[in-house]
Design a protein around this ligand. Structure first.
Ligand code: ADP
Ligand code: MG
Length: 351
């Protein structure tokens, strides 16, 4: 996707203004409640009309106040998935899914229903009434229906916000897979840093109606090294758990990690809080931590009254959080060797 826009919109009690030029497959829109995220989505989808400016998507002008161009929502071919899945109540899952597909001219169809039903694992639900779906299933059907219309772009406005944690982590792998598999760009709106990191590469950050930053989702998370429930956690992909005494041994990069939590065959995604990693200058002789990893400092950065230290360990990256006092004691410099100690219980399984 190549999105260029310059937009202004005034409401009686709110002003929206953004100048953006963004490229990439998975773009995030992040900001607190009331910062203008949904306004941006409505402007892009054509559900509200800007006061002035332009929107260009992959070279197509969707709006231009000077040239007096205003493409209708239908002709923009932008698919929208809202927080609460709007499914047709009188149709079963299959008919909901096929609704947009049937209305899309054959030459514009990019996704086959069979392939999509497989990737979203909806096969066993096709005959079901939409009243008998869980929240996560509803979102999968809503996304499937939108995708089958082969849009140029999908906008998802906080699609996971209403789901409980458990359902959220069930649906995220499907979302990741679907956007990997079918070549449709995504703009994903959320106020969750974790969702941003799992589903987007670059993020537009909004604050009080204004675009304040554009940065990678990983950098956005690092800026929030210490702030409460947003505090930085490493996202760790661990493979192939094997029993190890009372614990579990997983493959991580070219080493092993010991965890208390069991996982499934193949890939498992865990969170490891940056504050739960202890750094040593030399290898401690004995430690209760089950994981002692040799690493090289590749970067370090200040956030508030903490320092983030980026280590390269076994071909993987790890962010550790320390206090400024420790920077001197550990002699933190780029290229310096350190040992990271991690307890087996410090990891939290996401999916
Ligand atoms: P977010 O999605 O980031 O929570 P919104 O874009 O929904 O924020 O809303 C930003 C502000 O714009 C809010 O203060 C809201 O009241 C206002 N707003 C949004 N749409 C309209 C509208 N159609 N008319 C008047 N005010 C609106
Ligand atoms: Mg919103």
């Amino acid at each position: 996707m190549n999105l260029e826009l310059s937009l202004e919109k005034k409401f009686p009690a709110f002003q929206f203004k953004a100048d953006v030029s963004a490229k990439g497959k998975r773009l995030g829109v992040f900001g607190p409640s009331g910062s203008g995220k949904s306004t941006l989505m409505n402007l892009l989808a054509g559900l509200i009309t800007p006061d002035r400016g332009f929107i260009r998507l992959d070279g197509h002008t969707l709006f231009d106040s000077e040239k007096r161009i205003l493409v209708s929502p239908k002709n923009r071919r932008i698919g929208v998935v809202f927080q609460h899945a709007h499914l047709f109540p009188h149709m079963n899952v299959q008919r909901n899914l096929m609704y947009g597909f049937k209305r899309t001219p054959e030459k514009e169809r990019k996704i086959s229903p069979g392939a999509l039903i497989d990737v979203l694992a909806l096969g066993h639900l096709l005959d079901r009434s939409v009243h008998r779906l869980s929240g996560g299933e509803r979102q999968r059907v809503a996304l499937g229906r939108t995708l089958l219309a082969s849009p140029r772009l999908i906008l998802m406005d906080e699609p996971l916000t209403g789901l409980d944690q458990h359902l959220k982590y069930q649906i995220i792998p499907y979302l990741k897979r679907v956007f990997q598999e079918f070549d449709i760009p995504l703009i994903f709106i959320s106020h969750s840093l974790r969702e941003m990191r799992l589903l987007t590469d670059d993020v537009l950050v909004f604050d009080k109606g204004f675009l304040s930053h554009c940065l990678s989702s990983e950098d956005l998370a690092r800026h929030n090294l210490v702030s409460g429930d947003r505090a930085y956690a490493n996202l760790i992909t661990l493979k192939n758990p094997l029993p190890h005494k009372d614990l579990w041994r997983y493959t991580w990069g070219n080493t092993d990690l010991i965890l208390t939590e069991p996982g499934k065959e193949g890939e498992n995604i865990f969170e490891l809080p940056s504050k739960d990693i202890t750094l040593f200058k030399r290898h401690p002789e004995a430690s209760s931590a089950r994981n002692l990893l040799h690493g090289i400092v590749t970067d370090f950065f200040n956030v508030g009254n903490r320092v983030g230290v980026e280590l390269s360990c076994s071909g993987e990256k790890l962010i550790c959080q320390i206090v400024p006092e420790s920077v001197e004691e550990l002699d933190i410099r780029k290229g310096e060797a350190l040992v990271a100690a991690i307890k087996a219980s410090a990891f939290r399984k996401l999916f």
